[in-house]
Design a protein around this ligand. Structure first.
Ligand SMILES: NC(=O)c1ccc[n+]([C@@H]2O[C@H](COP(=O)([O-])OP(=O)(O)OC[C@H]3O[C@@H](n4cnc5c(N)ncnc54)[C@H](OP(=O)(O)O)[C@@H]3O)[C@@H](O)[C@H]2O)c1
Length: 293
């Protein structure tokens, strides 16, 4: 399985299973089984998804069946907006570890730069998320979080952490920034910024999220898919991988989970890539962090 190197030195599989909106225990069990069987070794969850405990149970059940150990898989979770800050973050991290039945996480992200119950333009957002980051740095130092990162951060949010002259400067550079990223939202400037700073970009909603079928029905993508004998979903995922971006497609259906990983046996031409890059219309299906202070 293709993987990428994080700035911690650890490897992270370039494809993982997204699990947003899969809450039902039987479905979690089935998709974890299907994903391990078809070669997935990474899983993306969050406190907010309310499925960490089911995933913990699924790993305990299926890893031995596939002759795998904890260290053979890569688990990511995220700090919820209502658990930001010095007081709540350490407890939330421990709860996530307990839910997932693991002594460490491979990656833990601040889910959103804002804090629950604060307005987007409230300057306290940046003070409180800096407190969260410092707690995560501590948990990183003591080995509970092998890598730490952020999600939905813009260049502004990242700059404030990385600038040595900023009052919000942080010691550890985020390993990953997980953001919405697909051909209709080709965030080129953010990708280049992250590459330059050694931060891996991770795409979510690569297939256009559960809210829309537009990307999956796009005629230009469909034509490229037809030319390669692949599905539209596989082309959308392959496009991100060829940009060296980590992907976490979500499906609650075992057959789709298995199809979504069959993207390493073909290559998009530079012309295909240009066509897909050219579909950008700055369209977001998910939350927009650009106004969060
Ligand atoms: N950090 C954040 O703020 C954030 C936000 C959103 C998502 N995420 C993470 O990123 C993951 C992926 O994003 P996402 O859940 O928005 O959606 P996505 O991966 O774009 O998937 C969208 C929908 O496509 C369907 N699908 C999957 N494979 C398919 C295929 N081969 N053909 C046709 N349809 C297919 C799925 O429906 P079925 O289940 O019915 O197959 C799914 O609901 C999430 O699960 C989550 O782990 C993070």
């Amino acid at each position: 399985m293709k993987s990428v190197k994080l700035n911690t030195g650890h490897s992270m599989p370039i494809i993982g299973l997204g699990t947003y909106l899969i809450k039902d225990k039987d479905t979690i069990m089935e998709v974890v089984r299907a994903s391990l069987e078809s070669g997935y070794r990474a899983f993306d969850t969050a406190e907010l998804y309310e499925n960490e405990h089911h995933l913990g149970e699924a790993f305990e059940k299926f890893l031995p069946q596939f002759k795998l150990k904890r260290e053979d898989i890569f688990i990511t979770s995220k700090l919820a907006t209502n658990n930001q800050g010095a007081e709540k973050a350490p407890k939330a991290i421990q709860e996530t570890l307990d839910n997932l039945r693991t002594p460490y996480l491979d990656l833990f992200l601040i889910h959103w730069p804002g804090v629950q119950d604060l307005n987007e333009d409230d300057p306290q957002n940046r003070e409180i998320r800096t407190q969260s980051w410092k707690c995560m740095e501590q948990a990183h130092l003591n080995g509970k979080l092998r890598a730490i990162g952020v999600s939905n951060y813009t260049v502004k949010h990242l700059n404030e952490m990385l600038d040595p002259n900023s009052p919000y400067h942080c010691k550890v550079v985020p390993a990953v920034n997980q953001v919405e990223f697909h051909p209709y939202l080709y965030q080129k400037e953010l990708l280049e910024y992250c590459n330059q700073k050694g931060i891996r970009l991770e795409a979510y909603s690569s297939l256009g999220s559960q809210k829309s079928q537009d990307l999956l029905k796009d005629e230009k993508v469909a034509l490229i898919a037809k030319n390669h004998g692949k599905s539209v979903a596989q082309v959308l995922l392959r496009w991100a991988v060829q940009h060296e971006i980590i992907i976490i497609p979500k499906s609650s259906k075992a057959d789709r989970v298995k199809d979504n990983i069959k993207i390493f046996d073909f290559e998009l031409s530079s012309q295909d890539m240009e066509t897909l890059d050219g579909l950008n219309k700055n369209l977001r299906y998910s939350w927009d962090p650009s106004k969060v202070f």
